[in-house]
Design a protein around this ligand. Sequence first.
Ligand SMILES: [Zn+2]
Length: 364
Amino acid sequence: MSLAYLSYRPSRWLVGVSALLALPVAIADERVQVVTSFSILADMVENVGGEHVEVTSLVAADGDAHVYSPSPGDARSLANADLVVFNGLLFEGWMERLISASDYSGALVTATDGVEPLSFAEHEDHDEHGHEEHGHDQHAHEEQDHEEHGHDDHADHDHGNEDPHAWQDMQQAEVYVANIRDGLIAADADNADAYRANAEQYLQEMAEVDAEIRALIDEIPASTSVITGHDSFGYFSSAYGVNFLSPVGLSTEADPSGASMAALVDVIAQENVQALFHENMTNQSIINQLAEETGLPIAGTLYADALTAEGEASTYLGMMRHNARVLHDALAEPGYIKPGHDDHERDHDDHDHDHDHDHSEHNH
Ligand SMILES: [Zn+2]
Protein backbone atom coordinates (compact mmCIF):
# COMPACT_ATOMS: atom_id res chain seq x y z
CA MET A 1 0.00 0.00 0.00
CA SER A 2 1.59 3.23 -1.09
CA LEU A 3 1.83 6.38 0.93
CA ALA A 4 0.02 8.18 -1.81
CA TYR A 5 -2.94 5.85 -1.38
CA LEU A 6 -3.05 6.39 2.37
CA SER A 7 -3.07 10.14 2.01
CA TYR A 8 -5.75 9.91 -0.66
CA ARG A 9 -8.07 7.66 1.25
CA PRO A 10 -9.27 10.07 4.00
CA SER A 11 -10.34 12.71 1.53
CA ARG A 12 -12.17 10.07 -0.47
CA TRP A 13 -13.96 9.00 2.70
CA LEU A 14 -14.95 12.61 3.37
CA VAL A 15 -16.31 12.98 -0.13
CA GLY A 16 -18.34 9.85 0.43
CA VAL A 17 -19.81 11.18 3.67
CA SER A 18 -20.78 14.55 2.32
CA ALA A 19 -22.42 12.92 -0.69
CA LEU A 20 -24.40 10.73 1.70
CA LEU A 21 -25.50 13.74 3.76
CA ALA A 22 -26.62 15.55 0.63
CA LEU A 23 -28.63 12.54 -0.47
CA PRO A 24 -32.35 12.94 0.04
CA VAL A 25 -33.15 10.66 2.92
CA ALA A 26 -36.43 8.91 2.39
CA ILE A 27 -36.61 5.34 3.42
CA ALA A 28 -39.45 3.81 1.44
CA ASP A 29 -41.70 2.95 4.37
CA GLU A 30 -41.09 6.11 6.39
CA ARG A 31 -42.74 9.46 5.99
CA VAL A 32 -40.60 12.41 4.98
CA GLN A 33 -39.94 14.52 8.06
CA VAL A 34 -40.59 18.15 7.13
CA VAL A 35 -40.01 21.10 9.44
CA THR A 36 -41.58 24.44 8.55
CA SER A 37 -40.99 27.77 10.22
CA PHE A 38 -44.68 28.69 10.63
CA SER A 39 -48.19 27.33 10.36
CA ILE A 40 -49.17 28.56 6.89
CA LEU A 41 -46.23 26.74 5.33
CA ALA A 42 -47.05 23.62 7.36
CA ASP A 43 -50.55 23.52 5.89
CA MET A 44 -49.20 23.94 2.36
CA VAL A 45 -46.70 21.10 2.89
CA GLU A 46 -49.45 18.85 4.27
CA ASN A 47 -51.56 19.53 1.19
CA VAL A 48 -48.76 18.76 -1.24
CA GLY A 49 -47.18 15.96 0.78
CA GLY A 50 -50.34 14.18 1.89
CA GLU A 51 -49.77 10.80 3.49
CA HIS A 52 -46.10 10.80 2.60
CA VAL A 53 -45.03 13.57 4.97
CA GLU A 54 -44.99 14.31 8.66
CA VAL A 55 -44.90 18.06 9.26
CA THR A 56 -43.66 19.95 12.30
CA SER A 57 -44.22 23.70 12.48
CA LEU A 58 -41.80 25.56 14.72
CA VAL A 59 -44.13 28.53 15.25
CA ALA A 60 -47.53 27.10 16.14
CA ALA A 61 -51.01 28.31 15.20
CA ASP A 62 -51.71 31.90 16.31
CA GLY A 63 -47.98 32.40 16.92
CA ASP A 64 -45.97 35.40 15.80
CA ALA A 65 -43.09 34.27 13.59
CA HIS A 66 -41.55 37.76 13.55
CA VAL A 67 -40.50 37.60 17.19
CA TYR A 68 -40.15 33.86 17.77
CA SER A 69 -37.44 32.47 20.06
CA PRO A 70 -36.47 28.93 19.07
CA SER A 71 -36.28 26.29 21.81
CA PRO A 72 -33.80 23.41 22.22
CA GLY A 73 -36.65 21.16 21.03
CA ASP A 74 -36.71 23.08 17.76
CA ALA A 75 -33.04 22.30 17.20
CA ARG A 76 -33.83 18.61 17.79
CA SER A 77 -36.70 18.79 15.28
CA LEU A 78 -34.29 20.19 12.74
CA ALA A 79 -31.74 17.49 13.48
CA ASN A 80 -34.34 14.85 12.56
CA ALA A 81 -35.65 16.63 9.48
CA ASP A 82 -35.35 15.49 5.89
CA LEU A 83 -36.55 18.82 4.53
CA VAL A 84 -36.86 22.32 5.99
CA VAL A 85 -39.24 24.90 4.50
CA PHE A 86 -39.16 28.55 5.45
CA ASN A 87 -40.56 31.78 3.99
CA GLY A 88 -37.45 33.88 3.42
CA LEU A 89 -37.38 37.63 2.61
CA LEU A 90 -36.21 38.05 6.23
CA PHE A 91 -39.63 37.06 7.60
CA GLU A 92 -38.08 34.70 10.14
CA GLY A 93 -34.50 35.84 10.74
CA TRP A 94 -34.21 33.47 13.71
CA MET A 95 -34.62 30.52 11.33
CA GLU A 96 -31.27 30.94 9.65
CA ARG A 97 -29.56 31.31 13.04
CA LEU A 98 -31.32 28.16 14.24
CA ILE A 99 -30.26 26.21 11.17
CA SER A 100 -26.62 27.09 11.64
CA ALA A 101 -26.84 26.33 15.37
CA SER A 102 -28.44 22.93 14.77
CA ASP A 103 -25.91 21.54 12.27
CA TYR A 104 -28.79 20.80 9.91
CA SER A 105 -27.24 20.27 6.51
CA GLY A 106 -30.16 18.83 4.58
CA ALA A 107 -32.37 20.33 1.93
CA LEU A 108 -33.83 23.80 2.42
CA VAL A 109 -36.80 25.25 0.57
CA THR A 110 -37.15 29.02 0.54
CA ALA A 111 -40.85 29.29 -0.22
CA THR A 112 -40.60 32.82 -1.66
CA ASP A 113 -37.84 31.86 -4.10
CA GLY A 114 -39.15 33.23 -7.40
CA VAL A 115 -41.80 35.50 -5.86
CA GLU A 116 -41.80 39.06 -7.14
CA PRO A 117 -41.35 40.91 -3.85
CA LEU A 118 -43.11 44.15 -3.06
CA SER A 119 -40.72 46.63 -1.60
CA PHE A 120 -41.37 47.93 1.87
CA ALA A 121 -41.34 51.52 0.62
CA GLU A 122 -44.32 50.87 -1.62
CA HIS A 123 -46.70 50.69 1.30
CA GLU A 124 -44.89 52.30 4.17
CA ASP A 125 -46.15 55.79 3.37
CA HIS A 126 -48.59 55.95 6.24
CA ASP A 127 -46.57 54.54 9.07
CA GLU A 128 -43.68 55.83 11.11
CA HIS A 129 -41.22 55.00 8.38
CA GLY A 130 -42.41 58.06 6.48
CA HIS A 131 -39.87 59.26 3.99
CA GLU A 132 -39.59 62.77 5.30
CA GLU A 133 -38.72 61.53 8.75
CA HIS A 134 -35.64 59.83 7.37
CA GLY A 135 -34.77 62.62 4.98
CA HIS A 136 -35.68 60.57 1.92
CA ASP A 137 -38.09 61.84 -0.61
CA GLN A 138 -39.97 59.53 -2.92
CA HIS A 139 -37.72 60.47 -5.80
CA ALA A 140 -34.64 59.27 -3.97
CA HIS A 141 -36.31 55.93 -3.30
CA GLU A 142 -37.10 55.48 -6.95
CA GLU A 143 -33.62 56.38 -8.06
CA GLN A 144 -31.75 54.02 -5.78
CA ASP A 145 -31.61 50.33 -5.39
CA HIS A 146 -33.62 49.59 -2.27
CA GLU A 147 -30.91 47.22 -1.13
CA GLU A 148 -28.70 50.23 -0.52
CA HIS A 149 -31.03 51.46 2.18
CA GLY A 150 -29.40 49.51 4.91
CA HIS A 151 -30.72 48.82 8.34
CA ASP A 152 -29.27 52.11 9.50
CA ASP A 153 -32.33 53.77 8.05
CA HIS A 154 -34.62 51.61 10.13
CA ALA A 155 -32.28 50.77 12.95
CA ASP A 156 -35.07 49.89 15.34
CA HIS A 157 -36.49 47.17 13.10
CA ASP A 158 -35.26 43.78 12.07
CA HIS A 159 -36.75 43.63 8.62
CA GLY A 160 -35.53 43.92 5.07
CA ASN A 161 -36.65 46.29 2.39
CA GLU A 162 -38.91 43.69 0.86
CA ASP A 163 -42.27 42.71 2.26
CA PRO A 164 -42.14 39.02 3.21
CA HIS A 165 -45.93 38.44 3.51
CA ALA A 166 -46.28 37.17 -0.07
CA TRP A 167 -48.74 34.38 0.86
CA GLN A 168 -51.42 37.07 1.17
CA ASP A 169 -51.59 37.10 -2.66
CA MET A 170 -52.78 33.66 -3.75
CA GLN A 171 -51.11 33.99 -7.13
CA GLN A 172 -47.78 34.58 -5.41
CA ALA A 173 -48.57 31.63 -3.17
CA GLU A 174 -48.58 29.43 -6.28
CA VAL A 175 -44.81 29.97 -6.25
CA TYR A 176 -44.71 28.67 -2.67
CA VAL A 177 -46.56 25.51 -3.67
CA ALA A 178 -44.31 24.88 -6.66
CA ASN A 179 -41.21 25.28 -4.47
CA ILE A 180 -42.64 22.91 -1.85
CA ARG A 181 -43.56 20.36 -4.53
CA ASP A 182 -40.05 20.49 -6.00
CA GLY A 183 -38.46 20.22 -2.56
CA LEU A 184 -40.53 17.15 -1.71
CA ILE A 185 -39.70 15.53 -5.05
CA ALA A 186 -36.00 16.14 -4.44
CA ALA A 187 -36.27 14.68 -0.93
CA ASP A 188 -38.43 11.72 -1.90
CA ALA A 189 -38.31 10.97 -5.61
CA ASP A 190 -40.20 7.68 -5.16
CA ASN A 191 -43.40 9.62 -4.52
CA ALA A 192 -42.83 12.32 -7.13
CA ASP A 193 -46.05 11.48 -8.97
CA ALA A 194 -48.11 11.88 -5.82
CA TYR A 195 -46.51 15.24 -5.02
CA ARG A 196 -47.17 16.47 -8.56
CA ALA A 197 -50.80 15.34 -8.48
CA ASN A 198 -51.42 16.79 -5.00
CA ALA A 199 -49.83 20.10 -5.97
CA GLU A 200 -51.91 20.32 -9.13
CA GLN A 201 -55.10 19.68 -7.18
CA TYR A 202 -54.13 22.22 -4.54
CA LEU A 203 -53.23 24.86 -7.13
CA GLN A 204 -56.67 24.39 -8.68
CA GLU A 205 -58.34 24.95 -5.32
CA MET A 206 -56.17 28.02 -4.80
CA ALA A 207 -57.28 29.44 -8.16
CA GLU A 208 -60.92 28.94 -7.15
CA VAL A 209 -60.41 30.71 -3.82
CA ASP A 210 -58.48 33.48 -5.59
CA ALA A 211 -61.52 34.06 -7.84
CA GLU A 212 -63.86 34.05 -4.81
CA ILE A 213 -61.70 36.67 -3.09
CA ARG A 214 -61.70 38.88 -6.20
CA ALA A 215 -65.48 38.69 -6.45
CA LEU A 216 -65.88 39.70 -2.78
CA ILE A 217 -63.30 42.48 -2.73
CA ASP A 218 -64.54 43.91 -6.04
CA GLU A 219 -67.69 45.00 -4.20
CA ILE A 220 -65.67 47.23 -1.86
CA PRO A 221 -65.23 50.81 -3.12
CA ALA A 222 -61.68 51.30 -4.38
CA SER A 223 -60.92 54.23 -2.06
CA THR A 224 -61.67 52.25 1.11
CA SER A 225 -58.92 52.10 3.73
CA VAL A 226 -58.72 49.93 6.83
CA ILE A 227 -56.27 49.57 9.69
CA THR A 228 -54.71 46.32 10.90
CA GLY A 229 -52.27 45.43 13.66
CA HIS A 230 -49.12 45.39 11.55
CA ASP A 231 -48.22 45.97 7.93
CA SER A 232 -48.95 42.47 6.65
CA PHE A 233 -51.52 42.96 3.89
CA GLY A 234 -49.46 44.73 1.23
CA TYR A 235 -49.69 41.76 -1.14
CA PHE A 236 -53.39 41.35 -0.46
CA SER A 237 -53.93 45.03 -1.22
CA SER A 238 -51.85 44.87 -4.36
CA ALA A 239 -53.62 41.76 -5.64
CA TYR A 240 -57.22 42.36 -4.63
CA GLY A 241 -57.69 45.96 -3.46
CA VAL A 242 -58.46 47.72 -0.15
CA ASN A 243 -55.85 50.08 1.24
CA PHE A 244 -54.30 48.76 4.47
CA LEU A 245 -52.72 51.05 7.04
CA SER A 246 -51.07 50.00 10.28
CA PRO A 247 -49.74 51.64 13.42
CA VAL A 248 -46.46 49.74 13.17
CA GLY A 249 -44.39 48.73 10.18
CA LEU A 250 -43.77 45.32 8.71
CA SER A 251 -42.36 43.93 11.90
CA THR A 252 -44.39 43.19 14.98
CA GLU A 253 -41.27 43.91 17.03
CA ALA A 254 -41.95 47.62 16.90
CA ASP A 255 -44.10 49.33 19.47
CA PRO A 256 -45.74 52.35 17.97
CA SER A 257 -44.48 55.53 19.53
CA GLY A 258 -46.89 58.17 20.67
CA ALA A 259 -45.79 60.26 17.70
CA SER A 260 -46.57 57.56 15.15
CA MET A 261 -49.96 56.92 16.74
CA ALA A 262 -50.70 60.62 16.52
CA ALA A 263 -49.59 60.63 12.87
CA LEU A 264 -51.85 57.68 12.17
CA VAL A 265 -54.81 59.44 13.75
CA ASP A 266 -54.10 62.33 11.35
CA VAL A 267 -53.94 59.93 8.41
CA ILE A 268 -57.25 58.39 9.49
CA ALA A 269 -58.79 61.84 9.34
CA GLN A 270 -57.52 62.34 5.78
CA GLU A 271 -58.10 58.92 4.26
CA ASN A 272 -61.33 57.08 3.74
CA VAL A 273 -60.71 54.77 6.69
CA GLN A 274 -63.83 52.72 7.37
CA ALA A 275 -62.83 50.18 10.00
CA LEU A 276 -60.17 48.66 12.21
CA PHE A 277 -59.34 44.96 12.33
CA HIS A 278 -57.59 42.84 14.89
CA GLU A 279 -55.00 40.30 13.80
CA ASN A 280 -54.93 36.88 15.38
CA MET A 281 -51.22 36.90 16.19
CA THR A 282 -50.53 40.48 17.27
CA ASN A 283 -51.28 42.43 20.41
CA GLN A 284 -54.81 43.78 20.20
CA SER A 285 -54.24 46.72 22.54
CA ILE A 286 -52.90 49.00 19.80
CA ILE A 287 -56.02 48.55 17.71
CA ASN A 288 -58.24 48.94 20.77
CA GLN A 289 -56.45 52.18 21.60
CA LEU A 290 -56.93 53.48 18.05
CA ALA A 291 -60.62 52.58 18.19
CA GLU A 292 -60.95 54.65 21.36
CA GLU A 293 -59.10 57.61 19.89
CA THR A 294 -60.89 57.65 16.54
CA GLY A 295 -64.32 56.18 17.25
CA LEU A 296 -63.87 53.79 14.33
CA PRO A 297 -65.42 50.33 14.69
CA ILE A 298 -63.36 47.16 15.12
CA ALA A 299 -64.92 45.07 12.36
CA GLY A 300 -63.43 41.65 13.07
CA THR A 301 -60.24 39.63 13.11
CA LEU A 302 -58.02 39.07 10.09
CA TYR A 303 -55.49 36.27 9.86
CA ALA A 304 -52.18 37.71 8.83
CA ASP A 305 -49.14 35.58 9.65
CA ALA A 306 -50.59 32.49 11.31
CA LEU A 307 -53.43 30.01 11.05
CA THR A 308 -55.71 29.27 13.99
CA ALA A 309 -55.67 25.98 15.85
CA GLU A 310 -59.20 25.11 14.73
CA GLY A 311 -62.07 26.53 12.72
CA GLU A 312 -62.22 27.99 9.25
CA ALA A 313 -58.85 29.73 9.45
CA SER A 314 -57.02 26.55 10.44
CA THR A 315 -56.10 26.07 6.78
CA TYR A 316 -54.45 28.50 4.40
CA LEU A 317 -57.38 28.42 1.96
CA GLY A 318 -59.86 28.89 4.80
CA MET A 319 -57.83 31.77 6.20
CA MET A 320 -57.83 33.59 2.86
CA ARG A 321 -61.57 32.99 2.43
CA HIS A 322 -62.24 34.21 5.95
CA ASN A 323 -60.25 37.43 5.47
CA ALA A 324 -62.01 38.28 2.21
CA ARG A 325 -65.45 37.61 3.69
CA VAL A 326 -64.81 39.65 6.86
CA LEU A 327 -63.56 42.57 4.76
CA HIS A 328 -66.51 42.21 2.39
CA ASP A 329 -69.10 42.05 5.16
CA ALA A 330 -67.70 45.17 6.81
CA LEU A 331 -66.95 47.27 3.75
CA ALA A 332 -68.88 46.20 0.64
CA GLU A 333 -71.43 48.56 -0.82
CA PRO A 334 -74.25 46.76 -2.63
CA GLY A 335 -74.37 47.80 -6.24
CA TYR A 336 -70.80 49.09 -6.28
CA ILE A 337 -69.21 48.37 -9.64
CA LYS A 338 -65.46 48.33 -9.56
CA PRO A 339 -63.87 50.44 -12.30
CA GLY A 340 -62.51 48.19 -15.04
CA HIS A 341 -64.36 45.27 -13.56
CA ASP A 342 -63.75 43.07 -16.60
CA ASP A 343 -60.03 43.37 -16.21
CA HIS A 344 -58.78 40.61 -13.97
CA GLU A 345 -55.22 40.88 -15.03
CA ARG A 346 -52.55 40.68 -12.36
CA ASP A 347 -51.62 44.34 -12.57
CA HIS A 348 -55.04 45.84 -12.06
CA ASP A 349 -53.87 47.82 -9.07
CA ASP A 350 -52.51 51.32 -8.94
CA HIS A 351 -49.00 50.48 -7.86
CA ASP A 352 -46.18 50.71 -10.28
CA HIS A 353 -44.16 47.85 -8.94
CA ASP A 354 -40.51 47.51 -9.49
CA HIS A 355 -40.05 43.82 -10.05
CA ASP A 356 -36.41 44.04 -10.90
CA HIS A 357 -35.01 43.39 -7.46
CA ASP A 358 -32.26 40.88 -7.39
CA HIS A 359 -33.28 38.62 -4.55
CA SER A 360 -30.96 35.77 -5.39
CA GLU A 361 -29.28 36.27 -2.05
CA HIS A 362 -32.35 34.76 -0.44
CA ASN A 363 -31.90 31.48 -2.30
CA HIS A 364 -30.57 28.53 -0.43
ZN1 LIG B 1 -46.04 39.89 9.65
